[in-house]
Design a protein around this ligand. Structure first.
Ligand code: MLC
Ligand code: AMP
Length: 481
């Protein structure tokens, strides 16, 4: 099967139903179908062929959906890029994915050539809304390449196939009982799999009505809930922490309409889940996923949503806890989470060795540590690597450390995550220098090169980095910033 067969349940099957609310306008599923067919015809006319990559550097907008569906219809591989990325990060992705075109709305950091959305919009009406005959052969065809922050400092492109997205979409629609009766408020960024593979796909498969926001702005979030009255909402922990700031009466009003709040992408502290339940009258359903695997494990819709845990493996997915010697962990014994199933990506783009290294006996090594209880609930215990997750965005310290080491006067550098009330963690930098280093200048250089969420909040000069006898930096021994 290919994704369009599934999306057609709504695009064709519910063509007169209002499917999307965006910028105060309402769109039927039929209109969404037509817009994306026009976009598909435009891309083909501009010379795109199946397998070509289309990079998209956009905030959430209806055109992002048009471009995504156009790519899916034509077998073009969609490459979404985080809108917060700067020249250095963009340059790596554009070089690695070698897209035929990049679409943007306005200037692009680094001045990379881009097709402007405004021009595409003007040209769109020259193209027919006729159905494109799909050229996608099998469900194993790549649908998207989504870049994850790489453990080696450079980000790697995870190839996600039609089948990966299909199994993920069907799983979450079934397991979270999403139906066409739902009203779904989507405020997360479509350049990550949380909003793309869960949000967009759950919407198109179930045929619910979705309101798409450009982004989650906590100052206006209550208003969006009150006016749209969603029954379904997906967030990262920072979003739920922000929602705790609402007055009790507003929280009660929002809670009265909601059927399901889902949380993932970073650990949801148990006390937040409890405070949220007391305020909104809903137990958040926490689930666990990754770019490479889409959703793996989820708390049950019916049954106990256990705080601090991520629940049970989703249908068709095997998950196990493996000890460093390769043996299976016992109940409650900590090891690395391995997963296998139709949701697991096809490999890293152009990186055969990294792909081979990521698997053992057909299982993907997630890099997440965890335990499983006697009654089958999985609990995550942190990362094997020193990944920092800030507001649901991933930061690999190595990427920033390598950059810091390139700067004059920096002899050694370490970046660590420090706890933060709303964002979960934020990065802090430690520098060893033998000159009179200008830290403000260093901070400014970081600002020019990296997305804002990756910027160290503090820069601390230390005489030396604490190291083991083998020379490995002991980050936990660094002083508090
Ligand atoms: C955040 N910012 C954005 C943005 N989100 N800018 C543009 N578009 C977005 N979508 C920037 C802001 O401009 C600001 O930059 C900074 O981030 C913090 O903004 P804030 O207003 O203080 O926001 P806050 O209330 O803290 O909430 C931030 C957030 C955001 C939670 C809305 O972090 C977010 O959208 N996180 C979701 C990330 C996500 O979807 N991850 C899924 C990965 S997939 P400045 O310059 O002022 O600092 C995955 C697999 C899985 O992990 O399991 O799902
Ligand atoms: P990404 O590379 O952006 O796809 O991020 C995936 C990572 O997010 C996982 O490997 C986990 O470390 C983390 N993650 C996702 N969901 C959860 C969760 N519910 N609890 C804790 N960590 C999570």
């Amino acid at each position: 099967m290919q994704l369009m067969n599934l999306f057609d349940l709504s695009l064709k099957g519910r063509k007169n139903k209002i499917g999307l609310v965006y910028n105060d306008k309402h769109y039927s599923f039929g209109e969404i179908d037509d817009r994306s067919s026009q976009m598909a015809a435009l891309l083909l006319a501009k010379g795109f062929l199946p397998g070509d990559r289309l990079a998209v550097y956009l905030e959430n907008c209806i055109e992002l959906i048009d471009l995504y569906l156009a790519a899916i219809k034509t077998g073009i591989i969609f490459v979404p890029i985080n809108i917060l990325y700067k020249e250095r990060e963009l340059s790596h992705i554009l070089t690695d994915a070698a897209p035929k075109a990049l679409v943007a709305n306005g200037s692009v950091p680094g001045g990379f050539d881009a097709w402007q959305l405004s021009t595409l919009n003007e040209e769109l009406n020259n193209y027919s809304t006729d159905q494109i005959t799909s050229v996608v052969n099998t469900g194993d065809t790549a649908a998207a390449i989504v870049y994850t922050s790489g453990t080696t400092g450079a980000s790697k492109g995870a190839i996600l196939t039609h089948n990966n997205f299909i199994s993920n979409g069907i799983n979450i629609v079934t397991c979270w009982q999403i139906t066409e009766q739902d009203s779904f408020l989507l405020a997360l960024p479509l350049f990550h799999v949380h909003a793309l593979a869960n949000g967009l796909h759950a919407w198109l498969i179930s045929g619910c009505c979705m309101k798409l926001l450009v982004r989650f702005e906590h100052q206006h979030s209550a208003q969006e809930f009150i006016s749209f009255k969603p029954t379904l909402f997906f967030g990262v922990p920072t979003v739920y922490i922000r929602l705790l700031d609402q007055h009790n009466s507003i929280a009660k009003e929002i809670g009265a309409n909601i059927r399901l709040f889902v949380c993932g992408s970073a650990p949801l502290p148990a006390h937040i889940m409890e405070a949220f339940a007391a305020k909104y009258g809903h137990v958040i359903l926490e689930r666990y996923g990754m770019t490479e695997t889409l959703m793996n494990i989820s708390n049950p819709y019916c049954g106990e949503r256990r705080a601090g845990t991520v629940g049970f493996p989703l249908p068709g997915i095997s998950a196990k806890i493996i000890l460093p010697d390769g043996s299976l962990a016992k109940v409650d014994e900590e090891g690395e989470v391995y997963v296998k199933g139709p949701n697991i990506f096809a490999g890293y783009w152009n990186r055969e060795q990294a792909t081979a290294d990521a698997f053992v006996d057909g299982y993907f090594k997630t890099g997440d540590m965890g335990v499983v209880s006697a009654d089958g609930y999985f609990t995550l215990k942190g990362r094997k690597s020193d990944l920092i997750i800030s507001g649901g965005f991933n930061i690999y310290p190595r990427e920033m450390e390598e950059f810091l080491l390139e700067q004059p006067g920096v002899k050694e550098a370490a970046v660590v995550g420090v706890p933060h009330e709303t964002r979960g963690e934020v990065p802090a930098a430690y520098i060893v220098s033998d000159t009179d280093l200008d830290l403000e200048e260093l901070e400014e250089l970081c600002k020019q090169s990296f997305a804002s969420f990756k910027l160290p909040r503090t820069f601390t000069i230390v005489p030396a980095l604490p190291r083991t006898a083998l020379g490995k930096v002991q980050k936990h021994l660094l002083p508090k910033p």
